[in-house]
Design a protein around this ligand. Sequence first.
Ligand code: ATP
Ligand code: MG
Length: 570
Amino acid sequence: MGMSSAATVATNFLTHIIESDLSEGRVAGVVTRFPPEPNGYLHFGHAKSICLNFGLAQRYGGRCHLRLDDTNPATEDDEYVQSIEQSVRWLGFDWGEHHHFASDYFEQLYRFAEALILAGHAYVDSQSTEDLRRRRGSLTEPGEDSPFRARSANESLELFRRMRAGEFPDGTHVLRARIDMAAPNMNLRDPLLYRIRHVAHHRTGNTWCIYPLYDYAHPLSDAIEGISHSICTLEFEDHRPLYDWLVDRVRELGLLPHPTRPHQYEFSRLNLTYIVLSKRKLIELIEKKVVSGWDDPRMPTLVGAQRRGYPAEGFRRFVEQSGVSKSDGWIDYSVLEGSMRDVLNEQAPRRVAVLDPLELIIENMPEGETVECTVVNHPQRPELGSRTMPFERRLWIEREDFQAEPQKGFFRLAPGARVRLKYAFVAECTGFDADADGRVTQVRARIFEDSRSGTPGADLYKVKGNLHWVAQRHAVDLEVRQYDRLFSVPIPGARREGDGPEVERSFLDDLNPHSIEVLQAYGEPALAQAKAAEPLQFERHGYFVVDARDSRPGALVFNRTVGLKDTWQG
Ligand code: ATP
Ligand code: MG
């Protein structure tokens, strides 16, 4: 199992189960699987499942399969399959030769179904959809037997074969398990196993016109692959008795290739504040054009994360730190951002960019003269080397680094004030110009020649402000997209205090109107060489990455990944 860094799974209730299964000899080894349905792009919730399943296999020297659960032909597509594979690999995991599709087992699953019919465990029901629903009962009332429940095995088998042969239109017959219409667990009330759907499948084309339901295909695919621990989210807890029933029945019939019988375990899904993690809602954001697509940097998808610049290592750390449990809860988005920031702080070379430029003229520096300043690429990692930045008469500084009438506690540039221009000289402000509206248009300063950073006299100047700057003649034009959270409240669409019963809220009402701000900025010369997917820290601003889709040499576009500190928590 290949992985680019340390194990991602800390001790949790699943590791206890696995360790006891291994020590008691209940399983020979650990085989897990990540089973996405290829009907959308993977989101941050899936990252948790991926890190958990692959991480557990790795921790116990087992293996993890990638299985595309493609039993619903109407919504599935190869585009999604490829993106899912790419995202899992990007997260640092490798399924080796164990890349499977539920559709690989359609023939085998069909044979299991015939065997179940012959053994009296399944029957063809020919009720209308409405009658099926009506007779299912409710949480408080038992269901009612179908008039077709007593159908003989031979009659059901013949009908089932004719269903497969395409003799019937959609909705005329279904295959059901014969369990118990009065079971308190609705999933056991003769659940549907197959239905007729005259729809082409993205892999099997028109070979099939009957398709297995997820609840049938999933446990049996696990059993076919010899999965030992089938890990899923809590909403499947009520499906576990059906999972067990199906695996046990097919096993009794001697049809399973592996001695290991899979068991299902549930953990609570990842819920993160300030975003939504449901494919349905993500699709709505795209269809309503709130975002530019699945890979919009504000989307909580793994393709969006890559474009945004979130490192894969940040997800692995986040999953490890946030743990695995059986109780539902919300994790604040700042925790995820914190994991990303920690990794980026270690990895990202430093660069200088001025995002809101204001002209600074160094009056005692002649036009055309350049002082090359040496700048280290990473303060804690000398192995990343250094670069030079030209210092000249005409500079750009940040507009917010100058105040004509400084507030109390403002230690940056103001008339008469001294600051260090980072990596260069101490400068004293000698004046400024403003336009008719009072907006500052130019600041002037002079430098002290003996204050150059790195020279013996530099430390004699005591200043509190340390400003970054870019020389105008050498500045690189940058478009900077400042991304922020997509939603402005922790739980988008949640009811607010004081909402009357008539109030209905949608997650779309809680969009953050400031989730993107586009700036025209100036960068130091080294930024012209920035490469896609290479994280950088813009000093004093945060972490940024070249936008892989829109950036061009000569027309660079940067995305803000995350700020240097958490500004949402105050
Ligand atoms: P969604 O509910 O967003 O549509 P899904 O559960 O339908 O997602 P699948 O493709 O069926 O998506 O999921 C593949 C795997 O990922 C499943 O095992 C599922 O339990 C897991 N998974 C999905 N969402 C989360 C989440 N928020 N946290 C942890 N695991 C998740
Ligand atoms: Mg699902």
